[in-house]
Structure formats: structure tokens, C-alpha cells
Design a protein around this ligand. Structure first.
Ligand code: ATP
Length: 438
């Protein structure tokens, strides 16, 4: 088998994900809504798996990080203190020829629509979505949709500390939707106006900040690698001091080799004491750690790994897409890590004969408490294997006429296409073993 990464990879993945029910353009029947996407039956499984893999590594397998789920809507006070009202802007320019609007730092001086090179002066365009909370309009009722999940961790710092009695170094993690009125949403789900983030704020004694900054860069890089992104498609990019955000004392991006070049998957930042100090000053609430043993009181520094769930899912799809040759035929296969696949097992009765379907349903019922199971009886078995390969299902279980005699089924592996016979009583354990489930 030789893998082949096609030149039109992005187009192929976009088509596959729509056709097979991973990702649909939002409001499709109305011609689409450029800035948003809907996740279909397979996509929702995969996106949940991406978020679950993150939560497992960041919260479940550690003892030092707790989770929260904060509100999406918030009062202006949060965003004034965080600096977002003032500085969460992108430079907006209008092309003087075709009038299209662009983000100045993304177009290299040439209008992507008409090729024009003359633009208006850049003006600061705030990316936050503003709305009104309650039945009255006006500034008193102003509210914002959060443009990042991070602020929920800072505004709940004192609540979490009091509720959990943590001691730095410790972290607060959150997964959820964020909204940015991006000037030019583009590249499929890479940049959308509504997206999902996976962020963690790690509160540390100031003297340990540099150590933890390095630690989180390595840990987060390893997470993508261990979930199947080849190392030659991953790299770290440390920001030059002059490119740092106003709050940052150091930022390193984990980048993926997207079809248009290396681009950000995640940013790991040393935010110093900026956030807690800002919110303490604005709210009048002390946001510090008091160490009873030493009598020391200090504002912890924050190391933040900030990732996009939807953007990570796109990278996993691109990295998994392959075309290879099996028995002289080209097949499309998503070599997804089984933890990310929409389904881990497909159960395929060879025909619609009721005796076969009864056995197949029984096998599916045994597997469902363990993994997500797809069940498919349509078309030839070869076509069904191809369809499962194309959506990244690592294992297929085929029930054939012999199954009625020998009470065994055929287990087929997506990557090697190798098939083995397994007794029905042993299927659950075999699947558990092959997928590395405990
Ligand atoms: P950019 O400079 O590309 O606009 P950023 O550096 O401001 O993005 P962060 O604020 O660091 O992005 O957000 C953390 C992560 O959230 C990003 O690495 C990305 O994975 C994800 N993310 C940010 N904006 C979007 C978006 N519009 N669509 C999808 N994911 C996003």
C-alpha cells in the first residue's frame, strides 16, 4: 500500500465531509451562511471525540486541573477589564476598486477579489459580537458573546479556589463555543465566526512560569502527535517579542501544515499576572493565592494553552485523509486514530436474510455499550468496506452464512485490510484489545 496525498486535498476533504455527514454549510437550503458550519451525524461524533480526548488528557488523567463551563453571554465589565473592548480588533481596509472589505494583515497589499492595490486607511474593527440582554435596549443592557473561553476561568478564579482548595500550580479548563466577527472567515472551518475552543489556564508561582510555559508547549505538541498528526506536518513557532499580544510575555504556536502552509492550531502563552491583576483592579475582589504554611500572598502567573476544537478536527481530518491501492483499486481511507473516529466498529450482515440480521443485531447490541457502532446492510460487502474506510471506521465485523454454523464473525482491519475469524462470544474482548480500551 502506498499512500498518496493529493494536491487538491482541501477540496477532497470538504466534499467528503459534506457527502458523508461530517460538516454541512450552515443554512444550506438558504444558500449557506459563509461564517458558520453545522456538524452532521458523523461530525458530531468526531468533534465530541476531539473534545473528549482533550478533556481526558487535560483533566481526567491529571490531578491538578479542574473544569468549568461558564456562560457565553457576559457584561461589558469583563471585556473592559480584559482589554478586549479596547484592543480585540483587526485592521479593516476597503478595496477602493471593488469595495470588498479585508483584514489588512492577511492580504499582502493585493485585493484577493479584484487584484486592486489601493485601499482605504486601515481602521480598528472590534471582533466582538454585541447584543442586548433583557427587554430594554441601550448601553445599560449591553452584553457580549465571549470571543474566547479564557475569561471565564479568570472571573471564577476565586470561586474555584474557595470551592476546591487548590494550590498553585493548578489549572482550570473549559471547552465551549466562542464567537468572533471575523472580517474574512475562510478556509472551511479553519476560521469561522462561531467556533469551539479548548482552553486551560494554569496558575503558577511566578518563579515557575518559564518552566511551565516550556512544559505546556511540549505537552500540547505531543497531544496532536499522539493522536496521529505526523511530525513532519507539525511545528512550533515562537512569536518574536514585537509580535506579542498586549498581555503576553511569551507565546509559542503549535502549527499544522494546512494545504496553504503552516498555520496556527493552538497558542501557548505566558500571560504573566495580567488577567488576575486587571480583574482584581476592575472588580475590587482580591484575586490572589494565600499560602497558609508560608504566610505568603501572591498573584499567580498564568500559562495558557488555547486550542480550537473545530480547527483541530479539521487538522485531524486533513492528516488522516489518504488514497491508497487495495487489490488493484484506489480507495479513500481516513486513517483516523480510533479515539477520534465517528464510529469505532461497523457491523455488516452479508445479506438482509432475517437469520443473518438477527445475529448481526445481537453483535451490534453487545458492542454498543463499549463503542459507537454503525450498522449497514445496503449494497455489496466490498462497497460497504470502502464506505467505512472513507469515514475512518477502524474495524468492521461481518456476519455471513458460516456465522450461523460456527458462531463466528469476520473482523476486518481498516489500515491493513487483514481479516480474521473471531467467535461471537469473544468479539467484545477482541475489539477492546484492538482499540486499546481498558
Ligand atoms: P488569529 O490571529 O488567527 O485570528 P488568534 O491567534 O487570535 O487567531 P487565539 O485567540 O489564540 O487565536 O485563539 C486560540 C485558538 O482558538 C486558535 O489557535 C484557534 O485554534 C482557535 N480559533 C481562534 N479563532 C478562530 C476562528 N475564527 N475559527 C476557528 N477557530 C478559531
Amino acid at each position: 500500500m502506498t499512500d498518496h496525498r493529493p494536491a487538491d486535498l482541501l477540496e477532497k476533504v470538504v466534499n467528503l465531509t459534506k457527502r458523508r455527514g461530517f460538516i454541512f454549510p450552515s443554512a444550506d437550503i438558504y444558500g449557506g451562511f459563509r461564517s458558520a458550519y453545522d456538524y452532521g451525524p458523523l461530525g458530531v461524533n468526531m468533534l465530541r471525540n476531539v473534545k473528549a480526548a482533550w478533556w481526558r488528557s487535560m483533566v481526567q488523567l491529571r490531578g491538578d486541573i479542574v473544569g468549568i463551563d461558564a456562560a457565553i453571554l457576559g457584561p461589558p465589565a469583563i471585556w473592559a477589564a480584559s482589554g478586549h473592548l479596547e484592543t480585540f480588533t483587526d485592521p479593516l481596509v476597503d478595496c477602493l476598486r471593488c469595495k470588498e472589505r479585508w483584514r489588512e494583515d492577511k492580504i499582502d497589499g493585493v485585493c484577493p477579489q479584484c487584484g486592486g492595490t489601493e485601499f482605504t486607511e486601515a481602521r480598528a474593527f472590534n471582533l466582538m459580537f454585541k447584543t442586548h440582554a433583557g427587554p430594554v435596549e441601550g448601553e445599560g443592557a449591553a452584553a457580549y458573546l465571549r470571543p474566547e473561553t479564557a475569561q471565564g476561568m479568570f472571573t471564577n478564579f476565586a470561586n474555584v479556589l474557595a470551592a476546591t482548595r487548590r494550590k498553585p500550580p493548578f489549572g482550570i479548563a473549559q471547552v465551549g463555543k466562542s464567537f468572533r466577527n471575523e472580517i474574512t472567515p475562510q478556509n472551511f472551518v479553519f476560521r469561522t465566526r462561531e467556533f469551539e475552543q479548548m482552553e486551560m489556564e494554569y496558575f503558577v508561582p511566578p518563579a515557575e512560569a518559564d518552566h511551565w510555559y516550556r512544559y505546556w508547549i511540549e505537552t500540547r505538541y505531543a497531544w496532536y502527535r499522539d493522536l496521529g498528526i505526523p511530525e513532519n506536518q507539525l511545528r512550533l513557532h515562537e512569536h518574536a517579542p514585537e509580535d506579542l499580544s498586549h498581555y503576553s510575555r511569551g507565546t509559542t504556536d503549535v502549527e499544522y501544515l494546512f494545504p496553504w502552509g503552516f498555520d496556527e492550531l493552538e497558542g501557548v502563552a505566558n500571560r504573566g499576572d495580567y488577567d488576575l491583576t486587571q480583574h482584581a483592579a476592575a472588580s475590587g475582589v482580591r484575586l490572589e493565592y494565600f499560602d497558609q504554611a508560608s504566610g505568603e500572598r501572591y498573584v499567580p502567573w498564568v500559562i495558557e494553552p488555547a486550542a480550537g476544537a473545530t480547527r483541530a478536527m479539521m487538522a485531524f481530518l486533513l492528516a488522516a485523509y489518504a488514497e491508497d491501492e487495495v487489490a488493484g483499486e484506489t480507495r479513500v481511507v481516513l486513517r483516523l486514530d480510533s479515539r477520534l473516529s465517528p464510529y469505532q466498529v461497523a457491523v455488516l450482515p452479508l445479506s438482509r436474510k432475517p437469520e443473518l440480521e438477527a445475529v448481526a443485531q445481537e453483535v451490534a447490541a453487545r458492542l454498543r455499550p463499549l463503542v459507537m457502532v454503525d450498522y449497514d446492510v445496503t449494497q455489496s460487502i466490498g462497497r460497504r468496506y470502502r464506505r467505512q474506510d472513507e469515514i475512518g471506521t477502524p474495524l468492521c465485523v461481518t456476519v455471513d452464512f458460516d456465522s450461523l454454523e460456527d458462531h463466528a464473525v469476520t473482523l476486518r482491519d481498516r489500515d491493513t485490510t487483514a481479516q480474521v475469524r473471531v467467535g461471537i462470544g469473544g468479539v467484545v474482548d477482541e475489539v477492546r484489545g484492538r482499540l486499546g480500551l481498558s
